[in-house]
Design a protein around this ligand. Sequence first.
Ligand code: AMP
Length: 373
Amino acid sequence: MNYAKAILPGETIGIIGGGQLGRMLAFSAQSMGYKVGVLDPQVDCPAGQVATWQIVGEYSDDMALAEMAERCDVLTYEFENIDAEALDRVREQVFVPQGVTVLEVTQNRQLEKNFLSEHGFPVASYEMAEQVAELDRAIETIGYPSVLKTIRGGYDGHGQVVLKTSEDLSLARELLVGGTCVLEQWVSFEKEVSIMVSRNLAGEIAVFPVSENEHRQNILHQSIVPARVTPAVQSEIQVLAKALAEKLKLCGVLGIEFFIGETVIINELAPRPHNSGHYSIEACDYSQFDLHILSICQRPLPEVNLLQPAVMVNILGQHVAPIYETLLQKAEWHVHFYGKTEAKENRKMGHVTILTKNCEDTLAEIKGEHIWD
Ligand code: AMP
């Protein structure tokens, strides 16, 4: 393997975006001896608090990006809704190993779905609707129930309307006024699962175990690892993840969300560390953050092993007060906080990972705390 372009300890990794993913990337990078610079408009943001330095500026600010390029040896991002064109412009000045293609594809549901289906990956049937007038035609093909999603900027269920009957059409039309949408067939799944996969430019790939995810109000609530699926489904997902990493010519870590019903269907891609991969910090020999750093630094990728099954639960704003009491009783709970000061309802403030020998017992223990009722 040719690791000629490797970024070595002592060099500086620039992260665009200063949220919790950037913070945990910074921890990992620093433990390997890298310096970390962060670009984020918010002073004292979660990643800025722990980085070697921060530039306070917008993600699309060419001056700020040029300064990042000047001060960093490699540039990455911690969330996908950054300005791909601005990142493209800065590529002449600094190593951006992830490129912009994967970013552009995953920023746009239409490009993402087209990419997946054109390359033979399983997705729910879908039709595009650019204008309100096209919704009826899309519904004729896809039928009810279905879900209309904006192609840009949606997250945690924002920018989505579920269509059960024609009574839901008026809400759907409102969504379409905001821009092109994709109408997707509703998948009657038994489980939602996800996997993290990472690749470097030498083509080495590492996959993580499959995690089983429970959402509440469209926000990830809990992940159970390994997912309670058959070994055949587990390996099908790992094979799909490796194939997708290759087809995308991925660099860095990618989160892939699936619906598991009669078949395995890909729901969504995230070209960055993912909330459902946080368990890997304690439960695996290398975390998703470690693998992202190793991948973008063009270093050899280790095989990732699950050391112990785990349950990860998110701490949202409303859970902060009760978790403060509980953590004093639970020495074995790995409680992470992201350094956010304002604990707003449904804002991701931290997470807990519990390593376990018996998943059902741990789920019962979590329930018994009544924090997440
Ligand atoms: P997304 O933002 O696309 O991940 O959607 C948020 C959540 O809505 C998913 O985690 C699912 O629980 C649900 N959902 C989205 N699309 C579908 C679908 N086609 N069929 C069934 N449930 C869906």
